[in-house]
Every structure is written in C-alpha cells, then in structure tokens.
Ligand binder design. Structure first.
Ligand SMILES: Cc1cc2nc3c(=O)[nH]c(=O)nc-3n(C[C@H](O)[C@H](O)[C@H](O)COP(=O)(O)OP(=O)(O)OC[C@H]3O[C@@H](n4cnc5c(N)ncnc54)[C@H](O)[C@@H]3O)c2cc1C
Ligand code: SF4
Length: 330
C-alpha cells in the first residue's frame, strides 16, 4: 500500500479547501470501500481527509414534508430512523439488505453513493479494465460477466453499481447536495451518475473535489407503501444480482402513482421510467405489471451469462407490485 497522509476535519469549508489544494487527496467516510481499494492498489491517494467529524450527521424533516439526510449519517442510523421507516420503508429495507451490521455501523451515506463497482477485473490491478485504466479494454465482456449489466451498458464497460441504498433513493427522486471551493451545488440522483458511453472511468457529475454534504428526499406520500426486494446468491452478506425498490398507490383498482427503480442491472441505480409510464392510470393487475416490466426490459442487452437477469427483474416487478397492490387496497 502506498504511504499516505491522514487528516481529520471539523468544518465543511476546511474539508473542501484541503481537496482543492491537493487533487491526490480523497475524502474518507467509513472507509469500508476506499480502504479495501487502497489495499489492492486500485486507489492510491496521497492523503485521506476524514469527514466523519463534520456536522453532517443529522436527519431532519424539511418544511415541505421531505427529509434531509446528512452525508455522514451511518447506514445503521439511516435505516433505524423512525421517519425513514415510516415515510420511506423501502429505504430502510434497502440499507438493511446491504453488507453486515458492522459495515453499516461504519459506512456513510456519501460513501455508499460513491462506492465503486465489484467487477472482479476492476478490483484486480493485474487485469486490464477501462474503468480503472482508460483504453486498456473490458475483459468482462468476453469473460466473467454473470453479475454484470443488462441495461445502459456500452462496449467499453458492462459493470453494475453495487449500492442497495441508492436504488431506493433513486425511486424517491433524491437530490444530492455538495460543496466545492466555488460554492454549493445540487444534483438530482437521475443526473448524478453519468452514462457509461466511452468514458466508464467518469462515474458521476460531481465537480472535482466536491464534498457530498447530504441527500434530500422530496415528500412522497406513495413512498409510505413501498418495498425493497433484493435477490442474491447467499442469504446475507452478499451483493444483489437483481433488486427492486417499488412504491405504489392504487385507487379503485387503478394505479394512481408508482415508483420503480432497479439495482444490479446497470452502471447506476436504474429508474424504470418506461414501466412507470406503462402503468400510470391503468389497472393494478399482474398482467399489467408484467407488461410494464417488459416495456422497461425491451432495452435490455444481456450478455451470454447474464440473460437470466431479464427474467429475474420481470418476476421481481410482478411479485413486488402485486404485494403492494394488495396492501394498498386493504
Ligand atoms: C464485505 C462487504 C459487503 C458489502 N455488501 C454491500 C451490499 O450488499 N450492498 C451495498 O449497497 N453495499 C455493500 N457494501 C459496500 C458498502 O455499503 C460501502 O463500502 C459503503 O457504503 C461505503 O461507505 P463508506 O462511508 O465506508 O465509504 P468510503 O469507503 O469511506 O468511501 C467511498 C468513496 O466515497 C468517497 N466519499 C466518502 N464520503 C464522501 C463525501 N461525503 N463526499 C465526497 N466523497 C465521499 C470516498 O473518497 C471514496 O471514494 C459492502 C462492503 C463490504 C466490504
Ligand atoms: S465491466 Fe467495466 S469495470 Fe469491469 S472490466 Fe469491464 S471496464 Fe472494467
């Protein structure tokens, strides 16, 4: 591991100034992803700027009835917060579906959004990988891609984003706030992750050196009837091979509002807009849910070893929306 400096910061402007002055520095949240990547040589920062003592560890209601979640709130505190559990239950379920209790106690909201892909070629510095070394190639396309992307990928990279939390935040239209040396900014999650294209090494639209300060969830009454379902190869302590965050409001058998996002199928949490459009105002039936899933998955371009994800995601949409429809009409 390369030798590195370490500095703890107590105020946001000090944190941002340190990264502005040193492009080789990185923010350190819980360190549960960054430190692993430093051990394998994927990340080689000259200095870590520890943000965990910043005053960004609160969850507060906003005036319009949404929630503002600080960037250093731990995954455990986020999942346990009574307002998150009551107003956005799929978010609690998504966070609790990830990692382990110990990891969730350390991992932060900002770090979770910026965690890197688990593609085995990315984490192995002896292998080529366009995301790690631009222009070196993508061995996953001809090689091991069992858990890679079926939506929104390119011939340059087919990796998936591993976050569970991000899938629920995407379904609920979360907005990321950040701070740079030039001042504050905001990015809706829909614009936060960049399309893969021919630049898979560029993952987010955050300006260089930006500190994530928090995430705001707009008010969403439908989110109270929501669910996160994760499919994985082991019952615990495993990343998703497919997941869904869904919220549904039904009146007189018709869909009044629906939110859908998919995980582990694309380079970013995938908002299923086509499916949402297909469902809006229509019948809340299993056939309609399957048709909506097909509308979304028409864009899927699976590789030889991950075509199972198309069926998996269709089944998840039908199963979870059917459960939510039953609960909504009780
Ligand atoms: C064994 C294991 C299993 C796991 N299983 C799952 C799982 O099933 N589902 C899941 O979703 N996740 C899983 N994870 C990943 C885990 O959720 C992430 O490692 C964690 O959320 C990252 O948060 P962190 O605070 O530790 O980030 P760090 O490791 O500290 O940082 C990650 C990245 O974010 C940057 N960063 C951190 N905070 C900020 C900030 N405020 N502003 C700007 N940049 C920042 C860092 O510079 C770094 O680039 C697993 C991890 C492990 C080790
Ligand atoms: S899928 Fe992406 S991360 Fe994996 S080897 Fe290809 S370029 Fe690298």
């Amino acid at each position: 591991m390369r030798e590195f400096g370490y500095q703890r910061v107590l105020d946001v402007s000090g944190a941002v100034a340190l990264l502005d002055a040193d492009p080789d520095a990185r923010f350190l949240g819980g360190g549960t992803n960054l430190v692993d990547l430093m051990k394998t040589g994927v990340e080689r920062p000259a200095r870590l700027v520890d943000v965990r003592e910043l005053p960004l560890d609160r969850i507060e209601s906003t005036r319009d009835g949404g929630l503002r979640i600080g960037a250093t709130v731990t995954n455990s505190d986020l999942a346990a917060h009574p307002e998150v559990r009551r107003r956005y239950p799929a978010l609690t379920q998504a966070v609790l579906a990830g990692a382990s209790g110990q990891l969730r106690n350390m991992a932060t909201v900002g770090g979770n959004l910026l965690q890197r892909t688990r593609c085995g070629y990315f984490t192995d510095v002896t292998k080529p990988c366009n995301k790690r070394v631009p222009g070196s190639g993508c061995p996953a396309i001809e090689g091991e891609h069992h858990n890679h992307a079926i939506l929104g990928a390119s011939e340059h990279c087919v990796a998936t984003h591993p976050s569970d939390m991000g899938v629920a935040l995407t379904a609920f239209d979360a907005v990321v706030s950040y701070e740079t040396a030039d001042g504050p900014g905001e990015l809706p999650l829909a614009a936060f992750y960049l399309p893969v294209g021919d630049t898979p090494h560029l993952e987010t639209a955050l300006p260089p050196g930006a500190l994530i300060t928090g995430v705001t969830l707009p008010p969403a009454p439908t989110a109270a009837n929501s669910r996160y379902r994760k499919v994985r190869e082991r019952a615990s302590y495993a990343f998703a091979i497919g997941s869904i965050a869904a919220a549904l409001d039904v009146e007189d058998g018709l869909v009044r509002d629906v939110r859908l996002a998919f995980g582990a199928v694309a380079s970013r949490p995938w908002r299923a807009r086509e499916a949402e459009r297909a469902l809006a105002g229509g019948p809340a039936t299993a056939d309609a849910f399957a048709a909506a899933a097909n509308a979304e998955l028409a864009a899927a371009r699976p590789l030889p070893h991950n075509a199972y994800k198309v069926t998996l995601m269709r089944n998840l949409v039908v199963a979870v929306l059917t459960e939510l429809a039953e609960e909504a009409s009780r």
